[in-house]
Design a binder for this molecule. Structure first.
Ligand code: ZN
Length: 389
C-alpha cells in the first residue's frame, strides 16, 4: 500500500519519493511510489495530474491493494529504486479542493434544510454535478446558495479525521460511500459531517464564491451544476465581459439588459410580420406578371430569398401545369425547381438539371434548389428543350 501524503497534508504539493515500479499497460506507463501526494480518482473527484521526475502524470488511480497508480503517456526516464522529485498540478488540485469543500457545504445545507440526500456527485474539470433525491425549488436552492456563501464568510474550520468504530457509532454523518477499509470523516464546523476520501481546504474562507449554475429534474429529484472558488471567479469574469459586450451593443446599462432584450424581441416579431406581408406582396406581383406558358417555364427575378424563389416556382408550376423554375436571389445564382414528375423520372431529371446548369443543390419531393453557374441564355436554351419531357 502506498503511503498517502494527501491524507496527512492536503497542501503537500511537492515531495520526494522512491520509485517502487514502472510497468507498461495498454500503451501507457504506470508508476508506483513508496509514498504519494497524488489523489487517486475517488468519490466523484478525478485523479490528480502533475509530474514525477519531470515526466508528466496524466491520471492517478488506486488499485484494490491500496497502491496509488500514476499514469504516464510517455515512457519515464527513471527506474524502480530511484529517488524522484514529484510535483502536483497545484492550480488544478487546489481548485478541486475549493470545489469539493464547497460541495460539502451545499450538500450539508440541502440535507439540513430539506432532508435531501446527495445521491450522486461528479466533477468534470472543476465543474460539479450534484444529484439530490428530492426536488428542490429555485427558492430553496437560492437559499442554500445564500447560506453556503455565508459559511464561507465565517471562515469555519474544516477537519478530516479517522474515527474508531466505537466513536463512529456515536456520530451522525452523511455518507454516500461504502467505506470498507477505514472510515474517514470530513467535518465543516457547524455545517456538515460527511464521509469522504478527498482532500479539502483547511478553512471555508479559502473556497471563495459558491455558485449554483443550473438545476434540472433528475430521477424524481434534482441535478444541479455547481462552481466554486477560482472556477466560479473565472466563470463570473467571462459572463461579466459578455454582459458588458451586450450592453454596449444595445447601448444600455448592463442591469437593463433583460428589459432591453424583451423590447428588442417584441420589435423583431413585429418586423417579421411586416416582412412576411411584404414578401407575399412581392412574390404575388412576380407570379402575376410572369409570362404565361403552357407546360414549363422559367422566371427570372433580381432579388429574392430562397423561400421566395420556391414560392414563385411552386405557384407557376400550378398555373402552367408543368415544371417551373425561378432563378435569381441575392447573388443571382440561386434557383428553385418545382416539378411534378413520377418517381422514376424525378431522379434522372434532377441529374440532368444539375449537369446542364452547372449547378449544385438538392431537394425534397418535387423541389430542387441550390445555386447554378449557368447564365440566363443557357437556362432559356435548356427550357426550350423541355418538350422532350
Ligand atoms: Zn466529499
Amino acid at each position: 500500500m502506498t503511503e498517502r501524503l494527501y491524507e496527512q497534508n492536503a497542501y503537500c504539493r511537492s515531495f520526494e519519493a522512491t520509485v517502487a515500479a514502472v510497468e507498461k499497460e495498454n500503451g501507457r506507463y504506470i508508476v508506483t511510489l513508496d509514498k504519494s501526494a497524488f489523489f487517486p480518482e475517488g468519490g466523484g473527484q478525478p485523479g490528480d495530474r502533475g509530474t514525477i521526475g519531470g515526466c508528466a502524470v496524466s491520471d492517478t488511480q488506486m488499485n484494490a491493494g491500496g497502491e496509488i497508480l500514476h499514469y504516464m503517456k510517455k515512457e519515464p526516464d527513471f527506474a524502480a529504486g530511484e529517488k524522484v522529485s514529484c510535483a502536483l498540478d497545484w492550480t488544478l488540485r487546489f481548485a478541486r479542493m475549493q470545489a469539493h469543500t464547497g460541495e460539502h457545504i451545499v450538500s450539508g445545507l440541502a440535507h439540513r434544510l430539506t432532508g435531501a440526500e446527495n445521491v450522486g456527485f461528479h466533477m468534470d474539470g472543476t465543474l460539479m454535478t450534484v444529484d439530490f433525491d428530492l426536488p428542490l425549488s429555485k427558492e430553496t436552492l437560492d437559499e442554500i446558495e445564500r447560506q453556503a456563501n455565508e459559511r464561507v464568510y465565517e471562515n469555519a474550520a474544516v477537519r478530516a479525521f479517522f474515527p474508531s468504530p466505537t466513536e463512529a457509532e456515536k456520530l451522525v454523518y452523511r455518507s454516500k460511500l461504502e467505506f470498507v477499509e477505514r472510515l474517514r470523516l470530513v467535518e465543516i464546523e457547524g455545517v456538515d459531517l460527511c464521509a469522504c476520501c478527498a482532500p479539502h481546504v483547511k478553512r471555508t474562507g479559502e473556497i471563495g464564491l459558491i455558485k449554483i449554475l443550473t438545476a434540472v429534474s433528475h430521477r424524481g429529484g434534482v441535478r444541479i451544476t455547481l462552481l466554486c472558488g477560482r472556477s466560479a471567479y473565472e466563470d463570473y469574469a467571462v459572463k461579466y465581459k459578455n454582459t458588458l459586450y451586450c450592453a454596449d451593443l444595445l447601448k444600455e446599462k448592463h442591469n437593463e439588459l433583460p428589459r432591453a432584450l424583451d423590447a428588442l424581441l417584441e420589435k423583431e416579431g413585429a418586423l417579421r410580420l411586416k416582412l412576411a406581408a411584404a414578401s407575399k406582396k412581392y412574390t404575388d406581383q412576380v407570379i402575376s406578371s410572369a409570362p404565361r406558358c403552357a407546360g414549363h417555364g422559367a422566371v427570372f427575378v433580381e432579388e429574392a430569398t430562397n423561400e421566395e424563389l420556391c414560392r414563385i416556382a411552386e405557384a407557376c408550376k400550378t398555373r402552367c401545369g408543368g415544371i417551373s423554375a425561378c432563378f435569381g436571389g441575392d447573388d443571382c445564382k440561386g434557383y428553385c425547381f418545382a416539378m411534378s414528375l413520377p418517381d422514376e423520372k424525378y431522379l434522372p431529371f434532377t441529374k440532368t438539371i444539375l449537369e446542364a446548369l452547372r449547378g449544385r443543390g438538392g431537394g425534397k419531393g418535387c423541389f430542387l434548389q441550390g445555386k447554378c453557374a449557368a447564365g440566363r441564355a443557357e437556362i432559356e436554351a435548356f427550357f426550350a428543350g423541355f418538350a422532350m419531357l
